[in-house]
Design a protein around this ligand. Sequence first.
Ligand code: AMP
Ligand code: ZN
Length: 474
Amino acid sequence: MALKIFNTLTRRLETFIPGGVPKERIEDYPPVTIYSCGPTVYSYAHIGNFRTFVFNDFLRRYLKFRGFKVNHAMNITDVDDKTIAGALKEGITLREYTDKYTHIFFQDLKTLNIEPVEHNPRATESIDAMIDIIAHLDKKGLIYKKDGSIYFSIAKFHRYGRLSNVTSMDMKAGARYDADEYSKEDVRDFALWKAPKDNEPYWDTPFGKGRPGWHIECSAMVRKIFGTTIDIHTGGVDLIFPHHENEIAQSEAAYDEPFVRYWIHVEHLLVEGSKMSKSLGNFFTLRDLLDKGYSPRTIRYLLLTAHYRKQLNFTFDGLNQAAQALLRIDNLIARLNDIKHDAPVNNQVADRCTAFVTAFTETVDDDLNIAGGIGVFFDFVHDINTMIDAGALGRPDAAIVMDTLEKIDTVFGFIFFPEVTPINKEEIEALIEERNKARKEKNFARADEIRKLLLDKGIIIQDTREGTRWIVKS
Ligand code: AMP
Ligand code: ZN
């Protein structure tokens, strides 16, 4: 049995071979290198974005479940038109502005039980790697400068369009492929580096002042972290063109080696038939749904259940059904916990557990078919319930089932969902007040206890000359 993944680049289901060289055993493979396009931190991410981030999480969890090691990066896009405009509007620095939304984003990931990844590079901390790409492209005569900006000449990169099937010839004159208003020689070209405008942050580089174009940011972070061809690059389907097409063009033209082996793209979360997006205004943030009383666990379940290559229509009915499904799981766990009597091991139970894990793996190995995997899981839940009804489980059997649930939850992340304490501002401030009082009374034990209590809730307190401040831990 081998894991097969649909590669957007070849439009085929391919056996997954990290590093490109087949090995006898999964443990012999080098860590799977993954890069996921991260959020632009100008506002709260919406649950459409989180569909893609939950998928990324499932992908890394499944690879680990299958025995692969992973080395995963997800970037933070912290410089673009929207972040710059937001910082200007609030009268704070770009870094202050993007820090705020980066914290919120990481908090939301944690709320959804999304595992931290190995690297979270920020675009603004990877300028050196962007300069390196542009210098390599310059040496090869693939770029030109106009009005202080630097453009990539896509007509000179013959493989352009392999990923998206949009060739440079298809791109119509007059159409706009870049949200920014910059002059260029050919409408099809894209900006690698943008001339500074008034009031905008800029960086000094050997080729002049300015700021990066969006596409080069990801190419640069991939290069800086992994140094060479990576195994997997993910993002939503809206990124195939032009973002990922442009990433391939500039990276492969600069370094003369394949950029990515497997491209994986997640279909959209829809609302009444349209893509959930900020610009259409048809979006819910995670906090919108939590405020309506839905649990993060239910939201994670809903976002995970559809196959990543199928669109998923968001409805409140769907959320309610997700909550019902979770209730079935909780019910099984409660029944297992109720089994107290000792009995010899019932091999039928252990065999059913093994058969379930095998069927689950076979199903999900087929292009990460989590929808099928969840179907197999509920068959298992049904069968175990039937066995409990028949009195076939003693305590050792219940423990085996529990182990199996724990094993499968390393992929799902919704069976034993961590209790996430919602952040309640009043509560935090009351605790800080109590701590200050304890310190005044020299009750340092209680003061430390409160600091730790807050830390457990993801709140860091800082004592400054102006008083005690608190921030959310990312
Ligand atoms: P952004 O912050 O807009 O760059 O988007 C972050 C990620 O969310 C990207 O991978 C997008 O492709 C993805 N994304 C945006 N809208 C949706 C949606 N409605 N459904 C699924 N993924 C989305
Ligand atoms: Zn990207």
